[in-house]
Design a protein. Structure first.
Length: 652
């Protein structure tokens, strides 16, 4: 009877388990528990906030060649991560975001729709084209496209949440954000001058780069009030600003307006610094610097105008005249080609940059009593040090500067983000020159009154990005024109200056949530111990290889010296007994060294295979062993409890 009851109990448990799985899959399919490091499959608070931003429904159509991806585990795994992230946006939107998935099978209407929508296909075999792109649409016929979601590249994978959030915000906005530009640089180009027989210059290509996603408007350098519809104020080497203009910028930032400022201790693109044929030495005394005056101190940042940032690691080589008049390449520490560790790897804007070229850039430091948070986003390497700005003006001497350059083993900050509460740079109120009708020192009391009050402190903290170089905007340092017979056919990007500037503006123009989004952790989880073993073995291999090469060189030198010591015909190809013995010894050493190299590789392979075997055993056996131990412990506990119950019954 007891055995029958046990069988019935087992059947009921199996039925209960199956029933629970069926019910939970239908009712709790949306529920997920993210136990990964850094919560990789969970939206950040900023991402959830952005998902609820749209007022009208947004449709996200993911074109995913699921049939083509079959049998490609790496692609399938990356696609699953993207789909789960998009589903997380959909779930967090409270119905404002609808996700559709379409498989553009070969030669199907869906494939034609994908191509028409701007999705880029990637040929993964000779016959199969893989589509993996996203199209977002809103109720106002707005459309944004990510032609190919490259989730296989870790450098892109970490920023997928930012890319999707930016697409959603763009669709949620009816109009392009407005950027107001104040500059003293000739960004609009120069007209042709028939008298001087010059063709003129085109507008700087940074302007069309910005207009791709933003509405760019020019403001005069004498403006005394920033228009209300300006979302981001861009200051590009804005020289000689009056107190009235600085006050307008001050109040704009205090009200929560975003600012992107390019300042410079020596802007080489400033026309004032160009040599005058009539007076070639006048340019050396010209003022080619720009700062933000009293705003710098109020915002808690400093930049010396008599020094620039030199960097030996990122220095560009320039041609100079060497000894005897021969051309020679010398690292010019004032011209920098930043890459790698120069960029904030966790920022969606700088984390994917390849190269950014600068010229005579300054450097920023936080003020001593700053109330803002100083966050470096672009820096030099540790092989950096200040250089007197006067040495790079007019007729710089790259070799002389290099000879006097001594790195200080600390990076210098080229660009930084400033956030937090600040006081007004004009604590006593508007300066002279501000229109009293537009600015009032007293708060308005009547209904519908439009007078603006003087702000003495920020209402919610400022959001400012300062770049200590204005030449980053100039075509010379990131664009090459493709000309044919005097006609410009197009432009080729040689650096990511445009991507840096446009990315910073896009980020500042977005919501506060978009600005706060950072890179996520990597989904790829490498075997760090195995990789460390690989690096260690590679180092041993390289050391052994280097020792062998040195031994070969030494032996060859010995052979040459023996040849010279013979005293007979140097052209003879017959080796002396001493030379032959030396060659034989070399061959023996070569064979022995090659055996050692093979042994290093063999030991590495055996160590890695043993470790992989242990990991496989742990992964496959750990769970069953733990379950078995749990079941055994449970059985022992139940047995003990039964014996105790029996004893209690016998005592009664």
């Amino acid at each position: 009877m007891t055995r029958i009851a046990s069988y019935i109990t087992l059947v009921l448990l199996v039925a209960l388990f199956v029933g629970f799985n069926i019910v939970s899959s239908r009712t709790l399919g949306f529920a997920k528990i993210d136990l990964t490091e850094n919560s990789l499959y969970t939206l950040s608070p900023a991402g959830r906030s952005i998902a609820r931003t749209p007022d009208e429904p947004i449709t996200l159509t993911l074109y995913y060649s699921e049939s083509v991806a079959q049998g490609q585990p790496q692609i399938q795994s990356a696609a699953d991560r993207v789909i789960q992230l998009l589903e997380a946006f959909e779930d967090a939107s409270n119905g404002k975001i609808v996700l559709r998935r379409i498989d553009p099978e070969p030669f199907s209407e869906a494939e034609d729709d994908a191509v028409t929508a701007g999705i880029q296909g990637v040929r993964i075999t000779q016959t199969d084209t893989f589509y993996f792109g996203l199209v977002g649409t809103n109720a106002l016929d707005g459309r944004e496209v990510i032609p190919y979601v490259n989730a296989l590249d870790p450098s892109n994978e970490r920023f997928l949440e930012y890319e999707f959030a930016k697409l959603i915000l763009t669709l949620a906005e009816e109009d392009k954000p407005v950027v107001g530009l104040i500059t003293s640089l000739p960004v609009d180009g120069t007209p042709p001058n028939p008298m001087a027989r010059t063709r003129g210059t085109p507008e700087w290509q940074i302007l069309p780069e910005i207009r791709t996603t933003l509405d760019l408007r020019r403001l005069e350098t004498t403006v005394t009030e920033i228009p209300e519809d300006i979302d981001v104020l861009m200051l590009a080497h804005a020289k000689g600003l009056t107190d009235a203009t600085l006050y307008a910028i001050d109040q704009f930032a205090l009200k929560g307006g975003r600012v992107l400022a390019f300042i410079d201790p020596h802007a080489e693109s400033d026309p004032a610094g160009r040599p005058d044929p009539q007076n070639p030495f006048a340019a050396g005394n010209a003022d080619t610097s720009s700062t933000l005056g009293p705003l710098m101190g109020a915002w808690g940042v400093e930049m010396p105008t008599d020094q620039i940032a030199g960097d030996l690691k990122f220095a560009l080589e320039v041609g100079v005249q060497g000894p005897g008049g021969r051309p020679e390449a010398v690292p010019y520490v004032a011209y920098l080609s930043l890459r790698d560790e120069a960029f904030d790897a966790n920022s969606p804007i700088t984390g994917r940059l390849g190269t950014v070229n600068l010229a005579s850039a300054g450097f920023l430091t936080p003020a001593e009593n700053a109330t803002t948070v100083f966050e470096p986003i672009v820096t030099t390497s540790i092989e950096a040090a200040p250089v007197t700005s006067q040495r790079v003006k007019l007729f710089p001497d790259p070799r002389g500067i290099l000879n006097d350059f001594f790195p200080q083993d600390e990076p210098l900050t080229i660009a930084a983000r400033l956030t937090g509460p600040v006081q007004s740079a004009f604590p006593d109120g508007p300066p002279a020159g501000v229109d009293d009708a537009a600015q009032s020192g007293e708060e308005g009391t009547g209904e519908g009154e439009t007078e603006q009050t003087h702000l003495t402190e920020s209402t919610g903290g400022i959001n400012v990005v300062i770049v200590a170089d204005a030449d980053v905007l100039a075509d010379t340092f990131w664009i090459q024109a493709m000309n044919l017979g005097g006609i410009t056919l197009g432009y080729q990007r040689v650096a990511d200056n445009g991507a840096l500037v446009a990315g910073l503006l896009d980020q500042l123009a977005g919501s506060t949530d978009l600005v706060s989004l950072r890179a996520r952790g990597e989904y790829r989880r490498p075997f760090t111990l195995i990789e460390e073993m690989q690096r260690r073995a590679d180092a041993e291999f390289r050391a052994e290889e280097q020792r062998l090469e040195q031994q070969i060189e030494q032996t060859q030198e010995r052979i040459n010296s023996l040849q010279l010591a013979r005293g007979d015909d140097p052209s003879s190809l017959v080796l002396s007994p001493e030379q032959q013995a030396e060659v034989d010894r070399l061959q023996d050493e070569l064979i022995a060294s090659r055996k050692q190299l093979r042994q290093v590789q063999l030991n590495l392979r055996e160590d890695i295979e043993r470790l992989e075997t242990r990991l496989q055993l742990i992964n496959t056996a750990a769970v069953p062993v733990l379950l078995s131990l749990f079941a055994f412990s449970l059985a022992v506990a139940r047995g003990i409890r039964r014996r105790v119950d029996r004893r209690k019954g016998a005592d009664r």
